[in-house]
Every structure is written in structure tokens, then in C-alpha cells.
Write a protein that binds this ligand. Structure first.
Ligand SMILES: [Mn+2]
Length: 296
């Protein structure tokens, strides 16, 4: 089994509050920092995203008032040392495939903290190899269906298109409100593999989204899927996005009613002196872990 190094508890997700952590092999959830920043096109800074989320998480209560559970209780949440992100995007994806695969083989729930969205295809490959018939549930402002962007086949604007290179895989996108004509055309031509629940008008419910999701699920949350008034610290802030309560309602239903095997939270680009976005991302990560560990 691949050797993986963990951060000491006080530097990891939830910090000292994660008091019962007794090592990687007993952890049921493992946070994977992945500070990849290689193809961003507008606002930069997502390489600093994982560290900002870890630091903000030290301010998050481990008690989940909604579920009545404490994330600090045994066996705790392990946090790996940041993934090495030197080299090409495809090399980073391969490293992530091996790391995620090793965590899934240990029976843990992995949550990756990005970093840019182009990390997702690498993680999804590990999940798809182990869970056939996988659906990617994508929360995002953007369709990410470009067949390459600005010379990068592995651009963050191509994240879902690269996932779909695996012919067994489906993508369900929620909160989408920005795409090119070619992406709209690709989605329209592949209705069995791509389903979008657009942000505009909100003509859908969590139940309708779940009805479109079959089989095991990989959850990919691009933080720009949330409204930019809630979370301005992202490379491409888009108005008209999801708000906090509706996001949690969807995620809670998803974890209760489907088998979610792994997740990522990507594209935080911290703004110095404005911690609200970093804290929101940390809070969302803690909610994802609470739902993952305590929805049965
Ligand atoms: Mn996006």
C-alpha cells in the first residue's frame, strides 16, 4: 500500500479540536490538500487555497448543530501533507489517482482541497476504477466541458470533459450559469451523459437533482458555484449562484440517499484581509465530512 505522510493534528483540518486522531489507518475521513495552480486564466491564487482552508478550519466548531455529532470524536479526521504539484497537470493528476486509490482501498472517505479544478479528473479516475457506473455531481458556475482551453487539454475549463473521456461516466452539473456555444452543443448532443440544472430561475429541487443521479457518486464542488456575494475569493466569480442553505439541503439529501465515495472542494483563491470566503470553504468542508461520516 502506498505510503502517505500526515500533518500533525494541530496543522491539519480542524486543528487541535481533532483530538482523537490516532493516525491514517484508523481515520474514516482523510483530507488531501492539493495546491495545484497551472491553468487559471483570470484571478490567480488558488495555490494558496488548501492552506487557507486548513487555517480557517481551526475556527470551525467540531460540533455539528444540525446532525448532533462531533467531528472531533474518535477516530478523527486525518490530513495528508500537501500533494506535490510540480510537473505537468497530467503528472499531478496521476499522483492524485494513486493517492486517492490508496485512501479508497483503506476504506476512507477522501476530501481533496484545491487548488484548481483540473485536479478532478485524476481523482475521479481512482474512484471510477473502484466504483463502476460512477456519476460526478458537479456544483459549479461553469460547465467545464471545453475540449481544451488556451492550449491545455487538461485546463480547469475542461475538467468535466476530461472526466467524460471515461465512457462509463456521467456528469450532473448544478448551479451552472456560464458556458460557451461549443459546450452547450456538447451537452445537448450527449443527454445520456451530461445533465445540467442551471442556476437561472432555479426550476429544480434537490429531489429532481437526485433523480438524475444513479449509482455511486463523486462530488466535485467548485466554490464559484456558490453566489459570488457569499464567496468572492475565486478566480472567476459569477453572480447568480447557489446560496448556503440550498447548497446544504442538496448535499444533505445527496449523502443520505446516494453512496458518495469521495469529494473535492476546489478553486478557492484567498483574498488577503478578507477571511469570509476561506471560512465558508472550511465550513462547507466540515459539513461535507459530517454528512459523509454520519448519514447512513
Ligand atoms: Mn467553475
Amino acid at each position: 500500500m502506498l505510503h502517505l505522510d500526515c500533518l500533525p493534528a494541530e496543522q491539519g483540518f480542524l486543528g487541535d479540536e481533532n483530538r482523537h486522531l490516532s493516525g491514517l489507518d484508523s481515520a474514516r475521513a482523510v483530507v488531501v490538500p492539493c495546491p495545484l495552480e497551472a491553468s487559471v486564466c483570470y484571478g490567480a491564487g488558488t495555490a494558496r487555497g488548501p492552506q487557507a482552508i486548513l487555517e480557517a478550519s481551526h475556527q470551525v466548531e467540531t460540533w455539528d448543530e444540525e446532525l448532533g455529532v462531533d467531528l472531533g470524536d474518535s477516530p478523527g479526521i486525518a490530513t495528508l501533507e500537501a500533494l506535490e504539484v510540480r510537473g505537468s497537470i497530467s503528472e499531478v493528476q496521476e499522483r492524485l489517482t494513486r493517492t486517492l486509490g490508496s485512501l479508497l482501498d483503506r476504506g476512507a472517505f477522501p476530501l481533496i482541497l484545491g487548488g484548481e479544478h483540473s485536479l478532478t479528473p485524476g481523482a475521479v479516475r481512482a474512484a471510477s476504477q473502484r466504483f463502476p457506473g460512477l456519476t460526478v455531481l458537479q456544483i459549479d458556475a461553469h460547465a467545464d466541458l471545453r475540449d481544451g482551453y488556451q492550449g491545455h487539454a487538461d485546463s480547469h475549463a475542461s475538467a468535466m470533459r476530461r472526466c467524460l473521456d471515461d465512457p462509463s461516466l456521467r456528469v450532473v452539473g448544478v448551479g451552472i450559469r456560464s458556458m460557451s456555444a461549443a459546450e452547450a452543443c456538447f451537452a445537448a448532443q450527449n443527454p445520456d451523459r451530461v445533465r445540467h440544472f442551471l442556476a437561472r430561475g432555479r426550476r429544480w429541487t434537490a429531489r429532481e437533482v437526485l433523480a438524475a443521479v444513479s449509482g455511486p457518486v463523486y462530488l466535485s464542488v467548485d466554490l464559484d458555484g456558490l453566489d459570488c456575494s457569499l464567496l468572492p475569493a475565486t478566480g472567476t466569480p459569477e453572480p447568480g449562484g447557489l446560496f448556503w442553505e440550498e447548497t446544504l439541503d442538496l448535499l444533505r439529501a445527496l449523502f443520505q440517499e446516494r453512496k458518495v465515495v469521495a469529494a473535492d472542494l476546489v478553486e478557492l483563491a484567498p483574498i488577503p484581509g478578507q477571511p469570509a470566503s476561506d471560512y465558508l470553504a472550511a465550513r462547507l468542508a466540515s459539513k461535507i465530512l459530517a454528512y459523509a461520516l454520519h448519514s447512513a
